[in-house]
Design a protein around this ligand. Structure first.
Ligand SMILES: [Zn+2]
Length: 138
């Protein structure tokens, strides 16, 4: 496949994500193929990325919640000049509400579209836990 072929599906090595005490439960679940988000028990809103303090109301009463990891593309950008070939990054609005900054995989850059339904999957990284990426989903 040519690097300039707009029909070629995106494959891209993902660097290992940073893991902190605050995000450890997320990465432990990711290693089992489960996608977790956090929800505030006080205001009821979900958020991403996972934080101990609710970004909406600053409550410390946040709990982990398993998500199907489904949503729609809110915005994306295709970066064509890369040593590993074109890749795409952007925001997914999860069905629960939060926006996730992510990489898109297994999709031709020309098939990306605002509003396209996508679902999370986990891509292995070198020396770290698998990273959440998104691919088209019907
Ligand atoms: Zn809250």
């Amino acid at each position: 496949m040519s690097e300039t072929d707009p029909r070629a599906p995106i494959t891209r090595p993902i660097p290992p994500p940073p893991v902190s005490v605050e995000t450890r439960p997320f990465w432990d679940a990711a290693a089992e193929g489960r996608f977790l988000i956090k929800r505030c028990a006080d205001c009821g809103k979900a958020h991403w990325y996972p934080r101990a303090i609710c970004p909406h109301c600053f409550s410390a009463n946040t709990v982990w919640e398993e998500s199907p990891g489904e949503g729609v593309i809110y915005a994306y950008s295709v970066l064509r000049r890369s040593p590993t070939g074109p890749f795409a990054v952007g925001y997914v609005t999860l069905d629960e509400g939060p926006a996730v900054l992510t990489n898109f995989v297994d999709v031709a850059p020309g098939d990306l579209a605002i509003g396209l339904r996508v679902k999370v999957r986990f891509q292995p990284t070198e020396g770290g836990p698998p990273a959440p990426v998104f691919a088209p989903h019907t």
